[in-house]
Design a protein around this ligand. Structure first.
Ligand code: ZN
Length: 72
């Protein structure tokens, strides 16, 4: 059901999703607390919850590249 809602796409990386992940409370099974993830992102998220390491990774929004004219 969640996979259908999210179009079978991983909500993190956009690859085909195989897993359903709890966004927040693990005991909250409402659709709003669930998201489709691929196995890789799911494992990554799960392992990160146990071991919180500082990670510089950010989801960068796709934006038309507009370079400052003064920068080469
Ligand atoms: Zn993914």
């Amino acid at each position: 059901m969640i996979l259908d809602r999210d179009g079978h796409r991983c909500q993190t990386c956009g690859r085909p999703a195989t897993d359903v992940d709890h966004i927040g409370d693990k005991h909250d099974h409402r659709p709003t607390n669930l998201q489709a993830l691929c196995g890789w992102c799911h494992r990554r998220k799960t392992s990160r919850q146990g071991n919180e390491s500082p990670n510089r990774q950010r989801v960068t929004e796709a934006r038309p590249g507009e370079r400052h004219p003064g920068l080469m």
